[in-house]
Design a protein around this ligand. Structure first.
Ligand SMILES: Cc1cc2nc3c(=O)[nH]c(=O)nc-3n(C[C@H](O)[C@H](O)[C@H](O)COP(=O)(O)O)c2cc1C
Length: 338
């Protein structure tokens, strides 16, 4: 997610869950091929598994960008066919490509030829008046033979004119049932559902119908809920840092490490604002990080000061045990292995 799933966010998420798949922000082929590639490919070894999302429409450029992403160590390359922003449409990529499944076939085929890693596609139910179930079926039936390893479907259509990207994430109705039907009718395709899934309990339900679940906004707004993902969805004994207090220690180490990397203090603290939401002291935590994080030079000190506001037994209680029924959780882009 643009401006959200940056390196500090992804590294923070890895302290909450090891097994989920994380995604980068979308990187355009132009930015990779003609811009600061090192910056766009920057990620830390502890982020794996991590997918790089590409935006583009030229098969040769996508192939080259895929080779670069592969060489940089990303575990999966994802093609964005879901973004409806004007800027993206002007570049003729993102959601408008849903109108051209043959062109997307050529793009995915070129990307597949450039890497042995999974090449996946993120798209919408449809666009504008091309929004029947059969239009989506035609899209995946056309693109699938290029070798797409997974289709991640945001379960809403997008209006390319008249709605902002934000409105396009909220106004068109969610049709999870159509994604379930897609998996039923195309059982050999790997289908990941996305859109409006805010709790791990809900993700668990969807996993009875599809292969994987992607959670976007909820994973940013309520990241701590993700501490339940590894035990609940992947059968691990616990989260990487089982209690909030252990997590806080791990975050202090992380922040100190990002300082060495040269990451700006507000950028590294911003993803942490939503941690511990709903717990005693969480508002003060958020306030201190947000306010003092803007100008502070020592992010570890800010983190410690913010953490002083967190009080109570819950700090030493594994969150997973506390959240067995129902599970309040969110997954940045979580899917089961395979
Ligand atoms: C700030 C923001 C940035 C986003 N950027 C991207 C992006 O770069 N690529 C993409 O495929 N989707 C992007 N999305 C859409 C999400 O991946 C997701 O499809 C959408 O928010 C619906 O899922 P959710 O209800 O779980 O959030 C973005 C969403 C938000 C809120």
């Amino acid at each position: 997610m643009m401006a959200w799933t940056n390196r500090p966010y992804r590294r923070m998420m890895r302290r909450l869950t090891r097994r989920t798949l994380l995604y980068t922000e979308m990187v355009t082929t132009g930015a990779l091929l003609h811009g600061d590639a090192e910056r766009h490919l920057d990620h830390h070894p502890d982020e794996h598994p991590v997918a790089l999302q590409l935006g583009g429409d030229q098969p040769e450029e996508l192939a080259e960008a895929t080779r670069m992403a592969d060489a940089a160590g990303f575990d999966e390359i994802n093609l964005n066919v879901g973004c409806p922003s004007d800027r993206v449409q002007r570049g003729r990529f993102g959601a408008c490509l849903m109108a051209e499944p043959e062109a997307v076939y050529a793009m995915v085929a070129a990307m597949k030829a450039a890497t042995a890693k999974p090449v996946t596609v993120k798209h919408r139910l449809g666009i504008d008046h091309q929004d029947d179930y059969d239009d989506m079926l035609n899209f995946v039936d056309t693109v699938g033979p290029a070798g797409a390893d997974r289709f991640t479907v945001h379960a809403r259509k997008a209006w390319l004119q008249g709605l902002s990207p934000k409105e396009n994430r909220n106004i068109p109705p969610l049709r999870h049932d159509l994604i379930h039907r897609l998996k039923r009718e195309r059982p050999n395709l790997q289908i990941e559902i996305n859109g409006g899934i805010r709790e791990l309990a809900s993700a668990q339900d969807h996993l009875h119908h599809v292969d994987a679940v992607m959670i976007g906004r909820a994973a940013y707004e309520r990241p701590t809920d993700l501490m339940a993902a590894d035990p609940l969805l992947f059968g691990e004994a616990a989260a990487p840092h089982a209690t909030p207090r252990q997590l806080l220690d791990a975050l202090a180490e992380l922040v100190a490490d990002e300082v060495q990397h040269g990451t700006a203090v507000p950028v590294m603290l911003q993803p942490m604002l939503g941690l511990f939401r709903g717990q005693p002291g969480a508002r003060r935590w958020r306030h201190v990080l947000g306010e003092e994080g803007r100008t502070a030079r020592d992010p570890v000190a800010v983190l410690k000061k913010a953490a002083e506001n967190l009080q109570g037994e819950w700090l030493d209680r594994p969150l997973v045990a506390a959240s067995s029924t129902p599970v309040p959780a969110s997954v940045a882009a979580a899917h089961p292995p395979g």
